[in-house]
Design a protein around this ligand. Structure first.
Ligand code: ATP
Ligand code: MG
Length: 328
């Protein structure tokens, strides 16, 4: 079976973007692939986090993944900091990563603009840690949103450079971006991607938002003054709503244009809001059940930690040996 790895940061409750762009596709992969999914808390501290909040968000993220259909029996589901191999491998890989390559990463540029008072080294080396996450498990395929493609390209470069110097060591991973995985944009600034760390909650739909909140946010969503539901350049707001509607209903853009021909934006926004709300209802219910069962969650992540450590031990030993460390 091919190995799949993906992760999500516990920087907040997942947004509709995380769900439609990534997590929704993770569950269906479990039967066909050897799946490893991680709540990447080491990545989360590249921006300032409150410790108590981070702990809660990490557990919530873990429960949310289960609520979104990831089965901890079928997949390896774990919390990143529970497996020290990620940090250990990241250090070695950082010595095979060029400063200039990291400087070209658009996520670094965006996030350092957003937090000009805290441009820390971790934010800069984030893609190296991500490469370690992926390469440690011998990953073949990485399901990620469009926004992570550049990081994955870098991980492939690091793997190739290491393999070139020391011989076949890492599997060079391929991105796995399903056709249905949309890049979802902010509802208030549709030129920017929807992010769970957006300080303005109207910009994103959290997958735990109540139906009335979802409808209100869609009603407020920024569009244009044209009043025609159609997909065209310059209509970022409407294009985004159409992508969301399409990702959930499976309808293509022509179909959606026909469905809303002659109807105003009000009716369209209402329809999108209701569709999203129906899609998220079962996840909200599953999460409510799970989050009451702390013991079950603890049992799952403890087992996940053991499995994760076992899965990467050999790779780490191999890498340490190749670079010339004395083994014990
Ligand atoms: P943060 O703002 O803290 O970076 P985020 O919303 O970008 O949070 P991540 O944890 O960085 O979420 O990413 C988790 C997964 O969700 C990744 O696979 C990423 O590609 C995907 N993703 C993030 N935002 C979007 C989006 N707007 N549309 C589609 N996919 C997305
Ligand atoms: Mg992100």
């Amino acid at each position: 079976k091919k190995v799949i790895f993906s992760g999500i940061q516990p920087t907040g409750v997942f947004t509709l973007g995380n769900y439609l762009g990534a997590v929704k596709n993770w569950g269906p992969l479990q039967d066909e692939y050897d799946c490893t999914y991680s709540v990447v808390d080491l990545h989360a501290i590249t921006v300032k986090q409150d410790p108590a909040k981070l702990r809660r968000q990490t557990l919530d993220c873990y429960a949310l993944l289960i609520a979104c259909g990831i089965d901890p029996q079928k997949s390896l589901l774990f919390i990143q900091s529970h497996n020290p191999a990620h940090s250990q491998l990241a250090w070695v890989l950082s010595c095979f990563t060029q400063f200039g390559d990291l400087g070209r990463m658009t996520q670094f540029k965006e996030k350092s603009q957003k937090h000009p008072d805290d441009i820390n080294a971790g934010l800069f080396t984030y893609p190296v840690l991500m490469a370690a996450d992926i390469l440690a498990y011998g990953t073949d395929l990485v399901p990620v949103g469009q926004d992570q493609k550049q990081h994955l390209e870098l991980a492939r470069g690091i793997a190739n450079r290491f393999n070139g110097r020391f011989g076949e060591t890492f599997v060079v991973p391929e991105p796995y971006i399903p056709k249905t995985a949309a890049k979802i944009m902010s509802l208030t600034e549709p030129e920017k991607k929807m992010s769970k760390s957006d300080p303005n909650p109207n910009g994103f739909i959290s997958i735990l938002d109540e139906p009335d909140v979802i409808l209100r946010k869609f009603k407020k969503a920024v569009t244009d003054s044209e009043g025609v539901v159609c997909r065209r350049e310059g209509k970022a707001g409407i294009n985004n709503l159409m992508s969301i509607y399409s990702a959930i209903t499976g309808k293509d853009f022509d179909e959606i244009e026909r469905e809303f021909a002659g109807k105003g934006y009000g009716a369209f926004k209402m329809a999108v809001g209701e569709t999203v709300s129906d899609e998220l209802a079962p996840i909200r219910e599953a999460f409510a059940r799970l989050s009451k069962d702390r013991e079950y969650l603890e049992e799952c992540y403890t087992k996940g930690a053991e499995k994760a450590c076992r899965a990467t031990a050999k790779m780490l030993r191999k890498v340490y040996k190749k670079v010339g460390f004395i083994g014990l």
